[in-house]
Design a protein. Structure first.
Length: 185
């Protein structure tokens, strides 16, 4: 069931994240010129559950090749495999660091704190905190001056495989793949 959730997330998600431009920075750019914003939006629908997620970001370009920022996470999930249906809300924050290695290639690291609400096999709603450290790399292809396509593959170093039916972890695999269209503001 978790694999279906991940597959739907990958197939239906639409992401938009800010990316600093390819143009060189001025000698001493203004503070506001170094700030970038963006975010992500995703949704998935199945016979088991529906979800909608929103994750706005704000970042700061530390240098021509290094940027740092934070993403806020909100996800609403409606579990339909229990009667009555149960709705859950997840909240989180994810500071990140991104380094442009060469051309379109970059390294990415982030820490994610997630306050996750889920439904057990017994039909009870449970809230639990999860911390994940993820790192990996990606590819960014500009499409015009303020937009582009990105793909990133991260490894969740904090991943643990559930050991019993009542054990839960918000990711079904240590591999986290994201792709989408970026938009700078």
């Amino acid at each position: 069931m978790k694999n279906l959730f991940v597959l739907l997330t990958l197939l239906v998600s639409i992401s938009a994240q800010a990316q600093w431009g390819e143009e060189p920075m001025d000698e001493k750019p203004d503070f506001k010129d170094r700030i970038f914003t963006g975010g992500g939006f995703g949704m998935g629908f199945s016979s088991q559950y529906d979800f909608i997620s929103v994750s706005p970001i704000i970042g700061y370009q530390l240098s021509q090749r290094l940027a740092s920022g934070v993403s806020l996470i909100y996800r609403y999930t409606k579990y339909k495999y229990v009667t009555p249906n149960i709705s859950a809300n997840d909240f989180g924050v994810s500071p990140f660091l991104r380094f442009q290695v060469y051309g379109p290639l970059f390294l990415h690291a982030e820490y994610e704190y997630l306050n996750n609400e889920y439904v057990t096999y017994g039909g009870q709603s449970v809230r639990q905190n999860f911390s994940s450290f993820m790192a990996g790399g990606g590819f960014f292809q500009p499409i015009g001056r303020r937009a582009g396509f990105f793909a990133v593959a991260l490894y969740n170093f904090s991943y643990r495989n559930p050991t019993s039916p009542n054990d839960y972890y918000p990711y079904s695999s240590p591999l986290v793949i994201r792709a989408g269209i970026t938009a700078g503001f």
